[in-house]
Design a protein around this ligand. Structure first.
Ligand SMILES: Cc1ncc(COP(=O)(O)O)c(C=O)c1O
Length: 434
């Protein structure tokens, strides 16, 4: 294998560290192999770094690039609409067009507001749920990521599984220093995929809970599918107790289907958050919901604001992305390519007797080394051998295939069968040396 060169990136990182804290603009970007990398451009399924390396990209910028890098229709739409202005502190026609499109595509989206990212749209959903129910807390699940803000920066890290405590009363560990103590009082937390435990907890605590937030597929920890009947059961409990069901579709939105996980699973939440794949890398998200919940924003009982919301570039990017998704309908292809890749990875691991677990729906999936046949909640993820995964990811990266460091892969409409076959062949080579 030819030795890959990261010299220019390493030098730029040293320069960046003098002015950018840690050399990066988002914590996760530090954890590339062998260090944060500086990129020059991306096109289709490929991304290029300052050392001239061309990578086959399964990171897709942590999910947003569902059409691949630099899709021409998105770029042209953004450029054309930006010619007319950037931001009006007022309304413009294309934001109605986008909202009408989303209302037609997403089952829960009767009314909506545009925001900039997933984190703030999540907080808007909490505000609506509290205001409507008159209750204070939200219930969330271990290992689910809902952004980096205070009240959700808990329960996504722990030194070991024992530190999580009893399943019935989990210990939520802070992800960062600087969290206000009271942010821990805003939520209850439980392991995911355990309907009986949720039922038992709500029987006792439903009068405190304004909303239940869940990733419909637990993408952020191991890409875990909901167990049969789990989401249906959560929906029924929310109805029973007058609790908002909030789907965090930041990853699943436009990825599992054009109407999100709610369309894919046939379960309609009260409130939903869409971000990442909606805007092809431009900063746009949406808080959408049924009229009876969103009317609190409509009538200004609940305030939602933001100087930068619905700028021309972001609205044009989202409209163009959805236009391409509607025209091409790449979903069957993304599922098929994802499943082919998953199967190829499993076969490669079996050949070299490696305990690689590959799970997920296809357009995104997770790889990790564990003795378990299925990882079904956050607690199970502590069985993963992180050192082994690190070696695999590094081996792939040194052979110019880029995967998210925690083992998550994204497939785009730009990936081809040849890309998938190349990834399988490369993974087989890497595993042969493990
Ligand atoms: C499921 C989920 N919710 C919320 C967020 C936060 O979104 P953002 O990073 O756009 O603030 C993320 C980000 O990765 C996510 O994966």
């Amino acid at each position: 294998m030819e030795r890959i060169n990261y010299t220019q990136s390493a030098q730029l990182l040293e320069r960046a560290k003098k002015v950018l804290a840690g050399g990066v603009s988002s914590e996760f970007r530090k954890y590339n192999h062998p260090h944060a990398i500086f990129y020059t451009h991306g096109k289709g399924s490929r991304i290029y770094d300052v050392d001239g390396n061309e990578y086959l990209d399964f990171t897709l910028s942590q999910g947003p690039l569902i059409l691949g890098h630099s899709h021409p229709h998105v770029l042209k739409s953004v450029s054309d609409y930006s010619e007319t202005g950037q931001l009006f502190a007022g309304q413009h026609i294309k934001e109605i067009e986008l909202a009408e499109k989303l209302a037609a595509l997403i089952p829960s989206a009767a009314l909506m507001r545009f925001c900039l990212d997933g984190s703030e749209a999540v907080q808007t959903a909490f505000r609506v749920a509290r205001a409507k129910t008159g209750k204070q807390k939200f219930l969330r699940f271990e290992g689910h990521y809902h952004g980096w803000l205070d009240n959700v920066a808990w329960g996504i890290s722990a030194p070991d599984v024992a530190a999580l405590g009893a399943r019935e009363a989990p210990v939520a560990h802070p992800w960062t220093a600087g969290l206000p103590d009271q942010s821990r009082n805003e939520f209850m937390i439980l392991p995911w995929n355990d309907l009986a435990l949720l039922e038992k907890t709500l029987a006792q605590h439903h009068h405190e809970i304004a909303g239940i937030i869940t990733e419909p597929v637990m993408c952020n920890s191991s890409c875990i599918m909901p167990q049969a009947g789990f989401l249906e059961g959560v929906r029924a409990l929310c109805d029973q107790y007058g609790i908002a069901l909030i789907f965090d579709e930041v990853i699943t939105g436009f990825r599992l289907s054009i109407g999100g996980a709610q369309q894919y699973f046939g379960i309609t939440p009260d409130l939903s958050i869409f971000a990442k794949a909606m805007g092809s890398g431009y900063p746009i998200s949406v808080i959408a919901g049924k009229k009876e919940w969103m009317h609190l924003i409509e009538n200004a009982q609940v305030i939602h604001a933001g100087t930068m919301n619905s700028s021309n570039a972001t609205i044009a990017a989202a409209l163009a992305t959805i236009e391409v998704l509607e025209q091409e309908n790449p979903y069957d292809r993304m599922f098929a390519l994802g499943n082919k890749l998953m199967q190829g990875l499993r076969e490669a691991a079996a050949r070299y007797h490696l305990p690689l677990l590959v799970q997920g729906p296809g357009p995104m999936f997770n790889t990790g080394f564990t003795g378990l046949e299925q990882v079904k909640d956050y607690r199970d993820t502590f069985t993963y051998d992180k050192t082994r995964l690190g070696k695999f990811i590094a081996g792939m990266h040194d052979r110019k295939i880029r995967i998210i460091g925690r083992g998550l892969w994204y497939i785009s409409a730009a990936h081809t069968t040849a890309d998938i076959e190349h990834a399988i062949a490369t993974a087989t080579e890497v595993m042969s040396g493990m």
